[in-house]
Design a protein around this ligand. Structure first.
Ligand code: ADP
Ligand code: MG
Length: 248
């Protein structure tokens, strides 16, 4: 059996007295879309932060492509093709969509970034291709701040794709999006997986979305791994149902 692209083993992380993640283990096989669910405050975003190197973990290990990345920092991990998007969008509202895309190129340090990005034909070509891919090509000259919230999420997704990720962690991609745009977003995520070969680990609050998208789902509650299984299994798992009901 081949080892998974990402293997999180026994990871714990506390903030002061708050244990945000306690002994969490999960696996993400290459080429798959895996879901991560759980009520608010259950530790989902903290786990993403630990994986991408945003903060050190207290114990456990994180293997990516067989290498231990638990002591690496964000840029180093990003260079290996492991990236995340945020629960809140992080686009630059006063820049055009194309300029947002251009400054999202990888392997360029901050001081150099604008200069390189503006002058590279191939960067511009790729930016246009990816804007087309997410359905924003016609908006490419608009200020990102003039897009709807859902379109900004699509732009942020396209910006992440500029980095040619191998594994992309998406934190609540449909949060705040108009329901009519949600199906389009699901379709793009599936196509990113199928045609670009990107592996996805997706935090999602919308049960319908994650049940359609992921082939295996992990459920956190109170910082612990409560259950995992196929969508149909989790949908009928009384522990998962109780965790969600208890959260309201
Ligand atoms: P989720 O994404 O599932 O809603 P989080 O990972 O954001 O949950 O939060 C899990 C717990 O950790 C919460 O109790 C939250 O208040 C706490 N927490 C998260 N980040 C920090 C931080 N930087 N400092 C202190 N507490 C934090
Ligand atoms: Mg969160």
């Amino acid at each position: 059996m081949t080892s998974p692209l990402l293997q999180v083993s026994g990871v714990s992380k506390a903030f002061g007295g708050v244990v945000a993640n306690n002994d969490i283990s999960l696996e993400v096989p290459e080429g798959k879309i895996i879901g991560l669910i759980g009520p608010n405050g259950s530790g989902k975003t903290t786990l993403f932060n630990s994986i991408v190197g945003y903060h050190p973990i207290d114990s456990g290990s994180i293997l990516y492509c067989g290498n231990d990345i638990s002591n690496m920092h964000v840029p180093e991990i990003a260079r290996l093709g492991l990236l995340r998007t945020f629960q809140q969008t992080r686009v630059y509202g006063l820049m055009t969509c194309m300029d947002n895309m251009r400054i999202s190129v990888p392997h360029v340090n901050e001081g150099f970034r604008h200069m390189v990005a503006r002058h590279s034909e191939s960067v511009a070509d790729r930016a246009e291709e990816l804007l087309e891919f997410v359905g924003l090509y016609s908006k490419r000259r608009l200020m990102a701040g003039d897009l709807s919230f859902g379109q900004q999420k699509l732009l942020e997704f396209a910006m992440a794709l500029m980095n040619e990720p191998r594994l992309l962690l998406l934190d609540e991609p449909t949060a705040g999006i108009n329901p009519t745009l949600i199906n389009g977003l699901i379709d793009r995520l599936q196509r990113a997986s199928e045609t670009l070969g990107i592996t996805l680990l997706v935090i999602e609050h919308n049960m319908r979305v994650i049940m359609n998208l992921a082939e295996h789902i992990y459920c956190l509650a109170h910082g612990e791994m409560l259950a995992d299984g196929a969508p149909s299994e989790l949908q009928n798992d009384q522990r998962v149902i109780d965790a969600y009901l208890g959260a309201h």
